[in-house]
Design a protein around this ligand. Structure first.
Ligand code: RB5
Length: 151
């Protein structure tokens, strides 16, 4: 799978761990940065990853900051992005199965790397259920995006 990943300084160390995990599993990883743990601004990397997913350069995205919240707020501003902040396997699974989430946001100051890697694994291996009711609800989100900022 083609996966875009980005972080800020707070998520940098976990990003490096997740990249190694993904490569070990045979995924193609596009690292949008940062490339050091120096202070930086999470919107820059959230926008880069969200645009790669929205443009279909990557199938899924992963964003890591201190809480996951800033990344989720920014990524969800991009049409076509359904970003979910997940800190446990259940919400990671549901975000894919019910919401067809395409960007996973994690807070490196919220969970340790063991749980984070489980969350990543579950997010990647879970498929959208495709149930009519979920498609209908997602279509309403897409309609809202198009009404607000046509792509
Ligand atoms: C950085 O201190 C922190 O605010 C950031 O990583 C993130 O948690 C924002 O949502």
């Amino acid at each position: 799978m083609r996966i875009a990943i980005g972080s800020d300084h707070a998520g940098y160390a976990l990003k490096q761990e997740i990249i190694a995990f993904l490569k070990d599993k045979g995924h193609r990883v596009y690292d949008a940065g940062p490339y050091s743990a120096e202070f930086c601004d999470y919107p820059d990397y959230a926008i880069a990853v969200a645009q790669m997913v929205a443009n279909k350069e990557a199938e899924l995205g992963i964003l890591i900051c201190g809480t996951g919240l800033g990344m989720g707020i920014v990524a969800n501003k991009i049409n076509g992005i359904r970003a979910a902040v997940c800190h446990d396997a259940y919400t990671a699974r549901m975000s894919r199965a019910h919401n067809d989430a395409n960007v996973l946001c994690i807070g490196a100051r919220v969970i340790g790397s063991g749980v984070a890697l489980d969350v990543v694994q579950v997010f990647l291996e879970t498929k959208f259920s495709g149930a009519e009711r979920h498609r209908r609800r997602i279509a309403k989100i897409t309609a809202l995006e198009e009404a607000r900022t046509p792509s």
